[in-house]
Design a protein around this ligand. Structure first.
Ligand code: ATP
Ligand code: MG
Length: 386
């Protein structure tokens, strides 16, 4: 579609529109997030009736593609489209549609859809389609909802009419930060970044906790984890990350044998809980997937979760590994997860138990003073904001 000063990106917010009395709060957050995501772009962003309109200065095709690509990561957007804008009356709509259709080849197939968000105009959607049908026929273009090569979507609001030739799927979900704060146990693996993405998708502000095998919170060594958090920032816009050294745990857990992996997960959940208290978060997220590896059996999940008072959300519990990988690729974290890294889990005892006993883990945690060690580890942790 040729770009001119009447070209806008029209953004729809789907689920937010249904959110009753809190609607304006959510929409304001979405607008703030869009402004943040598009900062540095030559655009103006304003709400108009049931949508948000983005007007670009004098964008090239590449600018437009980049803006659309950024928009596709903003949670809370259900659909968006590049549209031409005109007045909400039949002659104006006909004129604009006519100029767009004039570029189509004779014999091409077109689908026409029409929708009114504002119903008080003197014409309805059927009138619009009838008028456009006339233009199309004169041009020798076939109108059909099947096998079409072009589409024309007409949307009429109170003050404007929009005609678009494409409708793109947005990221869905809720604006980042609109649902509260979550502590996310982030490893360098494939799964937890995907779990984080699901937390952000439902509007959580992410506070990551990462436990590492280095003595110091050395930024260079932790670069991989920072890169994953930065990639997820395309969706979350902000985050806080805590780096926690694992040596105090390693020393205390020396005698835990085949229970070490489960005890360590319990320890990480204790760290997450301490950070949740400090940060006034409501939920803890992990990338656990049921039965995916020997350590993530239902018995182990039960044993490691005991005594944790926050809800532990495991968004990947029902996924197959292949499904997780395909999401990781789509959201851009997969390649980062494959980068080499010293994973604390790999330091653990081989052949971890698949059926930890709740009693045993409780006893080991008590004997080795896990609560106290978690408090000490939080003290020597390092937090970064982005
Ligand atoms: P992932 O790919 O997310 O590392 P995994 O399949 O390797 O998962 P585990 O290593 O058992 O499985 O980890 C399960 C979950 O425990 C992770 O998804 C993450 O939420 C948490 N976790 C594991 N290692 C760490 C770590 N070093 N720091 C913080 N959280 C961790
Ligand atoms: Mg892992």
């Amino acid at each position: 579609m040729p770009l001119d000063d009447k070209t806008v990106i029209s953004v729809r917010f789907g689920e937010l529109w249904l959110r009753g009395r809190n609607r304006n709060h959510y929409i304001k957050m979405l607008l703030d997030n869009m402004n943040e995501r598009l900062s540095g772009e030559d655009v103006s962003i304003a709400r108009e009736y049931d949508r948000v309109l983005i007007k670009a200065g004098s964008p090239s095709d590449t600018d437009m593609e980049r803006i659309k690509s950024k928009l596709s990561t903003v949670f809370g957007i259900s659909r968006f489209e590049t549209a031409r804008m005109t007045k909400p009356d039949l002659p104006s709509i006909k004129k604009l549609a006519g100029s767009i259709i004039s570029n189509f080849d004779n014999g091409s197939i077109i689908r026409i859809q029409s929708h009114r968000s504002y119903k008080q105009h003197e014409f309805n959607s059927i009138d619009i389609v009838r008028e456009l049908d006339g233009i199309v026929r004169k041009k020798g273009i076939i109108r059909s909802n099947k096998g079409f090569t072009h589409e024309l979507n007409v949307n009429v609001t109170k003050d404007s009419a929009f005609i678009s030739m494409e409708s793109l799927k947005g990221a869905g979900g809720l604006p980042s930060g609109s649902s509260g704060r979550a502590v996310i146990l982030l490893s360098g693996g494939i799964d937890s970044p995907v779990a984080a993405w699901y937390a952000i998708k439902r509007g959580m502000y992410p506070i990551y906790v990462h436990m590492h095998g280095y003595r110091n919170n050395d930024e260079k060594a932790l670069d991989k984890i920072n890169c994953i958090a930065e990639k997820l920032k395309e969706y979350s816009l902000h985050y806080r990350i805590y780096f926690m050294p694992s040596h105090l745990f390693q020393i205390a857990a020396l005698k835990s044998g085949r229970n070490e992996t489960v005890l360590m997960k319990h320890f990480m959940l204790l760290l997450a809980q301490k950070i949740a208290e400090k940060e006034r978060a409501e939920l803890i997220y992990t990338g656990d997937c049921l039965g995916q590896v020997a350590s993530q059996t239902s018995a182990n999940l039960l044993a490691e979760s005991q005594g944790i008072k926050y809800p532990i959300i495991r968004p990947l519990a029902g996924f197959d590994k292949e499904e997780i990988i395909s999401i990781a690729k789509r959201i851009g974290t997969y390649d980062l997860s494959l980068q080499p890294y010293l994973d604390v889990c790999s330091i653990n005892a081989k052949n971890p138990t698949t059926s930890a006993s709740q009693k045993k883990i409780k006893q080991l945690a008590k004997e080795s003073g896990m609560g106290r060690i978690a408090a000490k580890t939080v003290k020597i942790s390092k937090a970064l904001d982005a």
